[in-house]
Design a protein around this ligand. Structure first.
Ligand code: ADP
Ligand code: MG
Length: 229
């Protein structure tokens, strides 16, 4: 079964800005998908609609069989917190909280207990050992982004959505972060959708979707890419 399915999504802002015209997609569990398209083509908007953050003007979003926007506001908020891991270009870490505190905040806000074993494992997977007590301003950009990846994963979301996750990094840190995304998919088995301008990231995805003028212009599944996710 598709883990994520959208049908005839349309999104307008106000009367005359029609950003998404008619988008339908199905994403299978464990897939890694990159979303490309010119600036302003609605990539971030689409990601937000997929993640339960922004209501479509028309159309349906099904997440693991659940009709996302049929849910009441409070259910939708819980859905967002538990099922979706969002990662942005700018890390949005809380400056006065250290690495561990930033990573565990969404779990605590959800009223759940932190799984210490998983936290330790995640810190190691993300190469953040020794940085646990550091504040964001004591970290490099790559370390900050890895912390924000950790924060997105701590709630064990079904799907990870990333919006230009290497967009603010130099190519060396970008490579490290790209490697983390490979692990998220291969080792943690997460379904992953990411908007990216980074050819290095896009070339490693088995499926590439190209958005233009509010439509999916191209939806390509590649076979046998050498350095793939
Ligand atoms: P992309 O991520 O592909 O660059 P976006 O999805 O951010 O594109 O934006 C697509 C279009 O929608 C842009 O013209 C942008 O200005 C507009 N837009 C995005 N969010 C809003 C909003 N909340 N209100 C009004 N216009 C918006
Ligand atoms: Mg964008």
């Amino acid at each position: 079964m598709s883990i994520l399915k959208i049908k005839n999504i349309k999104k307008s802002f106000g009367e005359d800005l029609e950003v998404l015209q008619d988008i339908s997609l199905a994403v299978e569990e464990g897939e890694v998908v990159s979303i490309l398209g010119p600036s302003g083509s609605g990539k971030s908007t689409l990601l937000h609609i997929l993640g339960g953050v922004d209501r479509p003007t028309k159309g349906k979003v099904y997440f693991d069989g659940v009709d996302v926007y049929q849910q009441k506001e409070d259910q939708l908020a819980i859905f967002r917190r538990r099922q979706v891991g969002l990662i942005y270009q700018f890390y949005n870490l809380i400056p006065i909280l250290n690495v561990l505190e930033n990573m565990t905040l969404p779990v605590l806000m959800d009223g759940r207990e932190v799984n210490q074993e998983f936290l330790t494992e995640l810190v190691a997977t993300l190469g953040l050992e020794g940085k646990e007590k550091k504040l964001p301003n004591e970290l490099s950009g790559g370390q900050q982004q890895r912390t924000s990846i950790g924060r997105a994963l701590m709630t064990s979301p079904l799907v990870v959505l990333a919006d230009e996750p290497t967009g603010n990094l130099d190519s060396k840190s970008g490579k490290v972060v790209a490697e983390e995304f490979r692990k998220i998919n291969e080792e943690l088995g997460k379904t992953l959708l990411m908007v990216t301008h980074d050819p290095q990231m896009a070339s490693r995805c088995k499926r590439v979707i190209f958005l233009k003028d509010g439509y999916v212009m191209n939806d390509v599944r590649k076979e046998g890419t050498e350095e793939e996710f």
